[in-house]
Design a protein around this ligand. Sequence first.
Ligand code: GUE
Length: 295
Amino acid sequence: MTAQKLDGKACAAAIKDELKARVAELAEHGVTPGLGTVLVGDDPGSQIYVNGKHRDCAQVGIASLRVDLPADTTREQLREEIQKLNADATCTGYIVQLPLPKHLDEHEALGLIDPAKDADGLALASLGKLVLMQPGPLPCTPRGIVELLRRNGVELAGAEVCVVGRGTTVGRPLGLLLTRRSENATVTLCHTGTKELAAHTRNADIVVGAAGVPGLITADMIKQGAALVDVGITRNAEGRQVGDFADDVWEKAGWVTPNPGGVGPMTRAMLLENVVEAAEQQFALAQSGARYARG
Ligand SMILES: Nc1nc(=O)c2c([nH]1)NC[C@@H]1CN(c3ccc(C(=O)N[C@@H](CCC(=O)O)C(=O)O)cc3)C=[N+]21
């Protein structure tokens, strides 16, 4: 028996259709959501991702605003560009594409993003809200993973989830998301310092591979029927995208995300959802005249 596919591409397409309707609704009130992207440098991978985000926007009816800066952009120049987007009313949400070149401080950049315009859910204030369980934009990959599992009927409440990877964009915030009352999963967060990785993965109903180590998790390390979510993106010698799970897991698992075609498209769909949500909230705020609420 082979595992069921957790089809992120199909799920993302369904979400995009729903978002199209919400964008049309906003248009009736004269509101157009606008996504800004800030890309520093000429990393080909990052360029491909940013191109994809603008393509997605066009499909859903979101305006997009692209800021491409040279690799030698200074700290002050980046700060100015971020402040311009904060002040630009046509930009309802934006992202600063990571990683930034080494001479720039990512924490500083993420700290400058107006929390009301944080499309990634990775700004300082947004991660703080997640810890405090206050409403705010959620990090796109963790949100996409929860959405993908939900829409495929994978039970989260009471599930034992093993997250492999403690990065700030995926592993760590995913642990916070899954342990909210609304998800109610029990999470074990594993990392490179974990002594008996297999003991933890074997105990889990859901395993999330977010370590970026190709083929790290093999069939002998998982429980029969488990749901497997592959966040890993590594290029092999032939340039093919490979994930954190070995191919043999498909024979033993209950569900597996294809890679590509799993988590990646969901991440992009959640970025769009965050932008639409931010525009809806900015509109509602303007409507209610609660102009002082945001200081
Ligand atoms: N501020 C910021 N926000 C991010 O969300 C962010 C970032 N920086 N830096 C880089 C990573 C990586 N990332 C991906 C998103 C989608 C795919 C994706 O859709 N991949 C397709 C394959 C490529 C394609 O078909 O276009 C797939 O896996 O099926 C991949 C990678 C977002 N990131």
